[in-house]
Structures are given as C-alpha cells and as structure tokens.
Design a protein around this ligand. Structure first.
Ligand code: HEM
Length: 595
C-alpha cells in the first residue's frame, strides 16, 4: 500500500498558544473564489480506527523521543487524521497552510521517520535561501536523483557551481529576444490556430492540457531546437515527465524509502512505471544531443563573440556544444534534462492558473485585452513590446503569488544554525519553505486571498524576491534561484497576450476545479473552457492592414507558417467567393472578418 505508507504521520498534540493571527480577512464578495478543496475521489480515505500510520502514532513517538530535549523554540504541529487523509492524491501544501494559521510562521511537523520544520515567514525564508553554504537541497536531491541524475538542478558543491556557471550564459538577452520571435510567438500562434476549430465547434477545451503541450513545444525548441509538436501529435514525453515528477513527490513522503533497494524497483509497479518514464525522457534527450553534436563537429563551430547565437539553430544545446566546455555526455544530458523538466510543467501551470483567474475576474480580463490591443495593434508581440504589457505581466505575477510552482521549497541544514526569531535548528534538519503559505499569509499580504494584479505597482519594477524582501518568491531566491525566470516570464506573457488577443473564453460551468500537486500545482480534473474567436476592435488594427472592399472592412494579418486544415479550407472558399481576390497577395492573407 505505497500511497498509504507515503502519508506517514503527523502530530496529535494540544496546539501551543502562538501569537500569529489566523487568516480571517472577509472575502471580497465581488470576486468569485476558488474553493480550496482537495479532491481525493479516486483514493479511499483511511479509517480512523485501522490506520497504523495515523497522526497520533508516529508523532506521539517523535514527541516522546524529543521530550525535554527540544530547545529549538519551534512549536510542534498537531494534525487531525482528516487533515492527513486530504493528502491522499491531493495537495500536500493545503494542510501546511491550515497549520500555519494555528501554529504560526514556523512549526515542526513529524512526517513518518522524518521531521520537517515548516517555514512561512519571509525573513526566515530569506535566511535559509541566501545561506546556501549552510543549507543544501537535501531531500529534493535524494528523491529526484532517479530522474535528474547528476543534473545541476539537484547537484551540490563544486559540480553545481561549475555546471550552473556553464549553463547560465546561454540564456543571454540576445538569445531571449530571438526566441521570443522564433519560438514563443510561433508556438502561441500555432496554439490559437489549433483552437480555432474548437471555437467554431463550440467544444469544451481542456486548457491545462493545451498549455502543457504548448510549453513542451516551447522548451523543446528553445533548449534542443527540436519540435515535439505535441499540439498536434501525442507526446509520450509529457506523460513521462508528469509520472516522474509525481514519483519524486511521493518519494519525499514515503514512510519507508524502499525505492533505495534496486531489486524492489524492478518488481513494484509504481517503480517500474517511474523507471520507464525516465528511460523515455533520457532516450529523447540523448538522441537530440547526438544529432546536434554531429552538426557542430562537422561545421567546426566555436563560440566567437559575447551573446553568441547560431542563426540556424539558436538553441541552448547548440550554445553549450559550441562553447566547447569539457563535459561528459551524461552530464550534458542530465543538465539539459534539468532544463526540460524544470521549464516545462512550471510555465504550463502558470498559464493554466492565470487563465482560470482571468476567467473569474472579468474586469481584469477586459483591462488585459485592452492593453494587448493598444500595445500590439493586432500583431504578435516583439521582445521590445513586452515591457509595455504591464498589466498583463502583473496578472501573471499575481497568479504566481496565488499559485506558486512549486508551492514548497525543501532544504536540509548542513550545520546547526539559529534562524531569525531565535529558532534553533540542528545539522541534518529538513526544512520546508512554504512559498504557498508566505504568498497567502494575511500577515504578509493585504487581502491575501484576492486576485489583485494592481497590488504590484504598474510603473514599478517587476516584483521579485529582492524588491519584495522575500514576500514574493515564485522563482525562489539566493544562489539556487531559478535560472529560467526571465525566459519563463517572457514565454508566459507572449503566450497569454496572443491567446487573449484572439480568443474569448469562459469556464465550462459546474466544474470541480481543485488542486493537486506534482512539482507544480495542477488541477485534479483539468480546466475546461468554452472558446470563441475574438475580433480585435478595428480602432486597434493599423490602417495598413485594414482593407475596405465594397464597403466591407477586412483585417489582414501575415499568414502563419503552418496552415491548419480549417485555414486551408477557409482560404479555398475565400478565393472562390470574395471579390477582392486579385488585390491581395496570398501570402498576406490569413484571416478576414467583416466588422
Ligand atoms: C514560471 C515558470 C517557472 C517557475 C515558477 C520556476 C520556479 C523555479 C524555482 C522555485 C526554482 C528553485 C527551486 C529551489 O530553490 O529549490 C527553480 C530552479 C530552476 N529552474 Fe525554474 N521555474 C520556471 C521556469 C523555468 C524555465 C523555463 C527553466 C529553463 C529554461 C527553468 C530552469 C530551472 C533550473 C535549471 C533550476 C535549478 C537551478 C539551480 O539549482 O541552480 N525554470 N525554478
């Protein structure tokens, strides 16, 4: 029963008094709310009487063991079995939030043989994240090593320093500006084109799935110059990545780390599935590296300038191979796999939840669409346009506050330390920094549960951990901060701008939208939307692309490179029936709509 075992145990003690105000701000009635329910429909709930992994058992034991010795000043959380049963197939971070409201910004949680200190305070988070020398990745590295191998996302010490230093230069400004145009815009345009059929049919679309496909295509092209083409073909890689990440999360709470025994991994179905997934991902990456290496060798390519980009293949892989850094194929594979995994699901989830929030907040959506129309005038964004899409950017920032990916960061103390507030931790102590709690705490944010993009000054800098003093840490902070933060923000802004420019959308009614976690916050059942094609108001379409023919106004946009079946059909019909046929170059005709 691996899933029950993985729930382990939580303390059942009397709550200590703690001077920490629970979140009691009245909800704003004008804003609809996501009910934070954790769906565990597919999983039987443990019964109070039968469970030997009930909260009481191990946590009481852990309490007895530390009785009289715990001078850390950190209260121990008491969990009810109902809290724990919510974890079954659900969202681990939700009970952490409830306990924060009971025990305060730092508490101890006995979870099976492990004991976590859970941090929900910006100053303590800042201390832990900035002092990387004292705090290692610990458990995260242990439970995801089967996937990342020696990749720099989990490597420590000298190896991490060297590999991070080798990879970061590939994400320079010139690379980003080229990728915006060649990859982010193209993939988002393809998504919109792909969705037109659904919009015309009126069918419900699972936007979480679509965004996951979009971001896999983006990361594939940007990192490897490889088109997974997952928007139009099934990609086994998506399933493989999700399975592997879910396995890493399950391992982090397993009561018995039986997966450390290699022989068991060959017979336990969950482990067999995980190993198969890793094989799919590794094989894909190895093939891509081999192909690119051959080309670089054949052409004798070598980096010869700052901000180097190969024009025919601007990918990160090409940059790394052309940099001629001494690195083994396995290390390169694991580093790139780190980028593929870290950059795929995260951005997909950001887009999913931002769309969800906009669908529930019509005034913010209207404001975002007005801005997109005004700034872009009917075209796709360029790198330069992005700084002017301020409100849209704030919508994404605010979405990452409410739904941070991952919701919890994990560290392990390498030495004994004293945290701000005079809390003591011993060497070896596992620490969970609950980004979700910090972002939702009423001690940290006013109207913390509301979606208010305007809370971040439109004219101010893009919020990050430094300018908010670790109140806003969606990309973490300190030396191990996300290397893809700029990349991810640009990607999300471009995708959302192109989507809201061309589509109106509304939630399919009566959906149970609840949260679950892999490495990011997912919906449990998808995010189903009804789409309709949106007409860009004519005032925002430049006169050069507006054509008046026999009193009817047509908008003309450059044709996307890939043509869908719907587009081709529409074009054939236009050629047969429209009187303006001879006047427009076919290459420029993409879409026409009478006002
Ligand atoms: C909105 C999307 C993204 C979010 C929310 C996000 C979030 C994060 C966070 C929170 C961390 C730090 C984890 C920790 O401190 O333990 C991280 C690390 C990392 N991210 Fe991202 N990320 C995103 C997109 C990307 C993209 C697009 C890439 C690659 C192009 C990427 C590559 C990485 C890598 C390689 C690391 C490990 C860095 C290290 O340990 O030195 N991420 N990410």
């Amino acid at each position: 029963m691996p899933s029950l075992m993985s729930l382990s145990s939580f303390a059942l003690l009397t709550p200590p008094t703690f001077n920490f105000k629970p979140t009691t701000l009245p909800p704003n009635p004008s804003l609809p709310y996501l009910s934070i329910t954790c769906s565990s429909d597919n999983n039987p709930k443990p019964t109070r009487s039968s469970s030997w992994v009930s909260p009481d058992w191990l946590t009481s034991l852990s309490r007895s063991l530390t009785m009289g010795q715990d001078d850390s000043g950190i209260p121990m959380a008491t969990a009810k079995l109902d809290d724990v049963s919510e974890l079954l197939g659900g969202a681990l971070f939700l009970p952490l939030f409830r306990w924060m409201n009971m025990y305060g910004p730092i508490y101890r949680l006995a979870a099976g043989p492990r004991n976590f200190v859970v941090v929900s305070d910006p100053a303590i988070a800042k201390h832990v994240l900035r002092n990387y020398g004292k705090y290692a990745k610990g458990l995260v590295a242990e439970v995801s090593e089967f996937l990342f191998g020696s990749g720099f996302a989990i490597a420590e010490g000298e190896l991490w320093t060297v590999r991070r230093r080798a990879v970061v230069p590939s994400l320079h400004k010139r690379y980003l500006s080229i990728i915006v145009d060649r990859v982010f815009c193209k993939c988002a345009e393809r998504l919109v084109e792909n969705l037109r059929t659904d919009a015309l049919n009126g069918s419900a679309v699972n936007m979480e799935e679509k965004f996951s496909q979009l971001t896999l295509d983006v990361i594939g092209l940007s990192v490897f110059n490889y088109n997974f083409d997952s928007l139009t073909a099934d990609s086994p890689v998506i399933d493989a990545v999700y399975t592997a990440l879910k396995e890493a999360e399950a391992r982090s709470t397993d009561l018995l780390p039986y997966w450390k025994v290699k022989a068991l991994c060959k017979i336990i179905p969950r482990q067999i599935k995980a190993e198969e997934s890793v094989t799919v991902i590794r094989k894909t990456v190895e093939e891509l590296i081999a192909k690119c290496k051959e080309i670089v060798e054949r052409e004798g390519e070598r980096i010869d300038e700052d901000e180097y980009v190969n024009d025919s293949d601007p990918s990160i892989l090409r940059f790394l191979l052309a940099s001629r850094e001494e690195v083994s194929s396995v290390q390169l594979r694991d580093d790139l796999l780190s980028m593929l995994v870290a950059g795929h699901e995260t951005t997909g989830s950001v887009l999913t939840w931002t769309l969800y929030l906009l669908s529930k907040n019509s005034s913010s959506l209207m404001k975002a669409q007005e801005e997109v129309d005004r700034v872009l005038q009917g075209r796709s964004p360029s790198y330069e346009d992005i700084k002017d899409l301020k409100f849209l950017t704030r919508c994404i920032n605010e979405s990452m506050r409410l739904y941070p990916h991952p919701p919890v960061l994990i560290r392990r103390a390498k030495v004994a330390d004293v945290l701000p507030g005079n809390y003591k931790v011993n060497a070896g102590q596992d620490i969970m920094i609950s980004v979700y709690n910090i972002h939702h705490s009423s001690q940290v944010w006013e109207r913390a549960e509301d979606f208010l993009p305007e809370r971040f000054d439109l004219e101010g800098p893009v919020p990050n951990e430094t300018n908010t003093d670790f109140r806003f840490i969606p990309f973490s902070g300190g030396p191990r901060k996300c290397v893809g933060d700029q990349f991810a923000l640009l990607e999300a802004i471009v995708a959302l701008a192109i989507f809201v420019q061309h589509m109106n959308f509304e939630l399919v009614p009566d959906q149970n939208i609840s949260m679950t976690t892999g490495a990011t916050i997912h919906t449990t059942n998808g995010l189903y939307m009804k789409l309709t094609q949106r007409q860009i108001p004519s005032a925002f379409v430049p006169t050069s692309s507006r054509w008046k023919v026999e009193g009817t106004l047509f908008f003309i946009h450059p044709r996307p490179r890939e043509e869908s079946a719907v587009y081709r059909k529409r074009k054939r019909q236009s050629w047969k029936t429209k009187p303006w046929r001879a006047e427009i170059k076919p290459d420029w005709l993409y879409w026409s709509s009478p006002t």
